[in-house]
Design a protein around this ligand. Structure first.
Ligand SMILES: C[S@@+](CC[C@H](N)C(=O)[O-])C[C@H]1O[C@@H](n2cnc3c(N)ncnc32)[C@H](O)[C@@H]1O
Length: 234
């Protein structure tokens, strides 16, 4: 294995340099585990994951808190409503959600992230939250497994326009949401004019009972619009 290769396993919070397999001695300067508990460590891990799976990760670096906060604007959550996060990555949107959970501790949360290395980081950052290392396409099964009812909010960090299952994910989000629920995703400024991004907006407008786009969130790299699809209340 290449000297700079990184490995993580669920529950393993380090990004450990591997040299020639487990039995090989580590060079002294590589012995210190490169921790993913710092923002720069997480950013580096995120970037490496982007290089190995560009379509699935879909971004060079994690979103900012500003985008995370913008994703939650006017989100009407009460009592023990459920929030599901799609594609939590290393937790940049999760941080804004966690702040909301702290203000409303009865709310319930499930994060779904397909990359086990990201899940390990998420679980280490927020041991009190529940994360599933799984595909969002299995959301119905995952909700049932965690004993959760229909979510009131689905906050998605997925690179939807790059995913072959975009239609399925959006349609499923509408079906799974509780009445009055909201699906939020974002679209980067530079990809906004692309055919695939226009297709996503049309799909959301056709699927949800109400569709809107936010003003540009400039304090994100790249700047992004929040797209919002709402399901009618009963
Ligand atoms: C652009 S990153 C967003 C990470 C973070 N939410 C943020 O905004 O910085 C997209 C994330 O979606 C995850 N992902 C992609 N396809 C997925 C799928 N089908 N199910 C679950 N997670 C998926 C990737 O592993 C990646 O962590």
């Amino acid at each position: 294995m290449h000297a700079a290769a990184m490995v993580t396993r669920p529950g393993d919070v380090y990004l450990r340099p591997v040299i020639g397999g487990a039995a090989a001695p580590l060079k002294p300067h590589l012995e210190e585990p490169m921790t993913a508990t710092t923002a720069s460590g997480r950013g580096m891990f995120f970037f490496r994951r982007f290089l190995s799976s560009p379509r699935e990760v879909g971004a060079l670096c994690p979103s900012t808190r500003h985008l995370g906060d913008a994703m939650l604007v006017d989100l009407d959550l009460r009592g023990d409503d459920v929030i599901v996060e799609y594609g939590a990555g290393t937790g940049s949107l999760t941080r804004s959600i966690r702040d909301r959970l702290q203000r409303q501790p009865e709310l319930r949360y499930l994060g779904i992230e397909r990359e086990p290395g990201f899940c390990a980081i998420l679980q280490q950052r927020w041991p009190e939250l529940t994360f599933a290392a799984a595909q969002v396409e299995d959301v119905q099964r995952l909700l049932a497994e965690h004993g959760l009812p229909r979510p009131k909010a689905i906050i998605s960090g997925l690179p939807l326009i790059l995913l072959p299952t975009m239609e399925q994910i959006v349609q499923q989000a509408y079906e799974v949401l509780a009445p009055g629920g909201s699906f939020r995703t974002f679209s980067y400024l530079q990809s906004y004019p692309l055919k695939s991004a226009r297709r996503l907006r049309r799909l959301m407008a056709d699927t949800f009972d109400d569709y809107s786009s936010s003003r540009l969130v400039t304090r994100n790299f790249p700047p992004a619009f929040v797209l919002r699809g709402d399901k009618q209340a009963l």
